[in-house]
Design a binder for this molecule. Structure first.
Ligand SMILES: Cc1cc2nc3c(=O)[nH]c(=O)nc-3n(C[C@H](O)[C@H](O)[C@H](O)COP(=O)(O)O)c2cc1C
Length: 143
């Protein structure tokens, strides 16, 4: 199995309806394709900008295929893979695509994600210091 974790910037801020549509379609397809994972969307008021962070995991051919579609999807751009490789076990085995629309209230208590897209965020990624971020992502979902 293979996993890809990436961040990207939304083409324009996503409405609740936009997000619901995206998720509904993604979950149905992922179920068919044996893909699991988690998607986080965060709208940043200061920049009037939305960011995605997504973890995808599943059979290699299915991941390559969904990646071709996602990476050419014009709803987002500036897509940066922050981690990818083979895995033995899934992290999100129960979710065809877990989702969290993070707001500022969540982030007050979540150091690390408050920096999504900032210099500090990129520095952390460059140091491959990712495990905390993924654990945090999971804790949002479990909570
Ligand atoms: C941020 C983001 C995350 C997405 N995640 C998924 C996903 O997990 N699975 C999926 O099939 N499509 C996902 N998509 C949608 C794909 O880019 C593409 O629109 C869709 O897979 C096309 O499906 P179709 O060929 O059935 O029309 C995502 C799109 C965006 C912008």
């Amino acid at each position: 199995m293979k996993h890809i974790t990436y961040v990207s910037q939304a083409q324009r801020p996503m409405s609740q309806d936009d997000l619901a549509g995206l998720l509904e379609h993604s979950r149905a397809r992922n179920l068919q394709d044996d893909i699991t994972g988690c998607l986080v969307y965060r709208y940043n008021d200061d920049y009037d900008r939305g960011n995605f962070l997504q973890v995808l995991e599943g059979p290699e051919a299915a991941i390559d295929d969904v990646w071709r579609r996602i990476s050419s999807d014009n709803r987002h751009h500036t897509i940066v893979i922050i981690d990818e490789g083979s895995i033995e076990e899934r992290m999100f085995s129960n979710w065809s695509m877990g989702f969290r629309n993070l707001d500022a209230e969540d982030l007050k208590h979540a150091e690390g994600f408050s920096d999504l897209g900032s210099d500090a965020f990129w520095a952390q990624i460059n140091e491959k210091n990712l495990s905390n971020g993924l654990e945090l992502l999971r804790s949002f979902y479990d909570g």
